[in-house]
Design a protein around this ligand. Sequence first.
Ligand code: 4AD
Ligand code: MG
Length: 453
Amino acid sequence: MRTLIKRVLLRDEPCDEIHIAGWVRTRRDSKAFSFLEINDGTCLANLQVVTDAGIPGSDELAAMNTGASVEVWGKLVPSPAAGQKWELQATSIRLVGGVPEDYPLQKKGHSAEFLRSIAHLRPRTNLHGAVFRTRSRMAFAIHRFFQERDFVHVHTPIITASDCEGAGEMFRVTTLPDEKISRDAEDFFGKRAFLTVSGQLEGETFACALSNIYTFGPTFRAENSNTSRHAAEFWMIEPEMAFCDLAGDMDLAEALVKFLVREMLEHHEGDLAIFEKFVDKGLRERLEFVASRPFERISYTAAVTLLQQSGEAFQYPVEYGLNLQSEHERWLSENHFKKPVTVFNYPKEIKPFYMRVNDDDETVAAMDVLVPGIGEIIGGSQREERLDVLTENFTRHGIDPEAYAWYADLRKFGSVPHAGFGLGFERLLMFVTGMANIRDVIPFARTPGHCEF
Ligand code: 4AD
Ligand code: MG
């Protein structure tokens, strides 16, 4: 049976018979033998294969060029070469799939833009292999974090009729032919339906029954922001806790980010090295710093004052009542506090209907976690649990209470204070890998004007 190269390289003992398979990264020939560097994607490192001329399959060596797929049988022995513990002395070798000369991933550096244009091949590069292995490990760590703390995983719907964030940035789902496109009653669901922007509202109903829950799934936003931090399809982790206020919410958000940063430091399986080498020299140091110190906490009002007194020439105005822009968020965490910052209590006018109105009647119990290099990574709040206030919020936000009657019911029948947040999975991945563009941590990114592959 084939052994994955990751497992081969972890071995403590040599082995007389090993079978591996993978793609050729490089081949060097001399008269009597060839060196093949083989990678099977299970880890960053290649396995070096030494083949003597004349072994079975060696007549195909000339076709084993960069990108070709091969199988090798042989003997695992300590490598005399520096920097690698083992090498494989081939006893038999087989070409599985050859490769023409125009294989686009020849051994040289490629721009991120070029690699996006061949997103079906880029997981074969060292960097993207590391990114997508990290993505998988982080997803697993997120489930571990919540499961170990007795949170129940809830699968909220992807097709929905409600706009959680109230921003109207939804992709419509319809089966109507073009000429009947506005006849909602004749549509598949008998009304307008969309791809969800958040699982929160449905998540709340489960928290108000099972106590602590989380969702982890794809979300969709038709916002036309062509930035390095926005995607039209991204994954979000949304925990929701019953009998919990904003302070408890901020504590959980901080604990989750720290847990995942520590996870990256402790279980990266060698992938961290490539991010440090080619993406962000100070990555490990920054992650260690974040894991070991409390986040800053500051109210929106105090943050606005700090920004106004900063003397910085921002592109967008800073004024009480306006949203913080990415440049403001980054100044707070990167330049001023030099660590993650949780900003809380935002003016109610700039936040969605579901957030709990504070006693000052001006702000809501909202919080955003901002991190250096990215800005907002988490957005959350305590939810409005008082039926009368929620009803006022519907009116203020121009929302039809009929459409959200099921949501309001939670406030009628055994209402409880509850709170939660959404962590953008790709933004987290950017933070722990140092990758600068969200398109490069998504296998096949969907952004305005782009829906390839
Ligand atoms: O701040 P947002 O919009 O919050 C919500 O959706 C709430 N319903 C969450 C909750 O309380 N349960 O989004 C949450 C996070 C952001 O902080 C950001 O990390 C990420 O989702 N996000 C995006 N990531 C990539 N591309 C986009 N277009 C994103 N929009 C939001
Ligand atoms: Mg937000």
